[in-house]
Write a protein that binds this ligand. Structure first.
Ligand code: ARG
Length: 267
């Protein structure tokens, strides 16, 4: 995770952005997330925030993190769509290099790829769900797929169509290999079908739930961290044996991000 010391909303990058940030509340929300992850048994590592990089707190985007028998621990650096965010990437790459990760650089030319915002491991690591449309581009996903295929990892491309759900992590949230939470309106018909084929049980989020980041939760050791809960989501979680843990992210939502965006899982 990256402390929100320099977090701010400066330039519109997605339809959620706009309001001024309450810095004290932002820090409290971030502290609460960090504490909750630790209480659930996770060890949290930090990267130093950098002045002027107002979105660096969204640690899910700068690199894709993996671990595979053929290479060991590796990352694939992103090419962020916004120039302001491209500056975050070298800091994250340096952090991962220092921690022993191999760096797989793609030749992304004019393409974009936004890390775990758009790239999600299938829970059994048998493949990667890779979305494009608003931030990552189809060409970015194609280059990523080619590199992963060389390692023997299958990649399933998905196309996003709702600008409020501009990253995959806002409209697809696997609970495990058996089930996933999906906002159907976020995808083309063919992409939705691919998701339905990938999980035995699919639970649907309404658009209202999705734009309020209920698909941007984090599954940790039997708990589901979410910024809010509807009756429908509560029922789904009960059915899947997951305990809801409510963590407010109002300040970060003003930047178009919530819980899932604020961390990267280390392999
Ligand atoms: N303000 C950030 C941006 O628009 C939010 C990133 C949210 N991250 C995510 N993984 N969905 O780039």
């Amino acid at each position: 995770m990256c402390p929100p010391t320099f977090f701010d909303v400066r330039e519109p990058k997605n339809p959620h952005m706009g309001l001024p940030i309450d810095r004290v509340r932002a820090q409290q929300e971030w502290d609460n997330l960090r504490r909750s992850l630790q209480n659930l048994g996770l060890k949290v590592e930090l990267i130093d925030p950098v002045e002027g990089l107002d979105d660096m707190v969204f640690a899910a985007n700068q690199v894709f993190v993996g671990n595979h028998s053929s290479v060991g621990k590796f990352i694939v650096p992103s090419r962020m769509r916004y120039a302001s965010r491209q500056k975050e990437v070298p800091f994250y790459v340096a952090w991962f290099r220092r921690h022993g990760y191999k760096v797989i650089e793609l030749d992304l030319k004019g393409e974009y790829l936004e890390g775990h915002g758009d790239l999600l491991w299938h829970p059994d690591r048998s493949r990667i769900w890779a979305a494009y449309g608003f931030r990552s581009t189809r060409g970015g996903v194609e280059r990523f797929s080619a590199a992963m295929q060389e390692l023997g990892i299958e990649v399933t491309p998905l196309e996003l169509v709702d600008s409020h759900c501009y990253h995959l992590d806002t409209c697809l949230c696997p609970f495990g290999t058996g089930s996933a939470l999906v906002y159907p309106g976020g995808f083309t018909g063919a992409s939705l079908e691919a998701i339905r084929n990938g999980f035995p049980r699919i639970y649907e989020l309404s658009r209202e739930e999705a734009v309020q980041f209920m698909g941007n939760g984090i599954v940790v050791n039997g708990s589901f961290l979410t910024p809010r809960l509807t009756q429908s989501l509560a029922r789904i979680l009960a059915q899947e044996g997951l305990t809801p843990v409510l963590i407010e992210t109002a300040e970060f939502e003003k930047s178009g991000g919530s819980l899932f965006c604020m961390k990267a899982f280390l392999d």
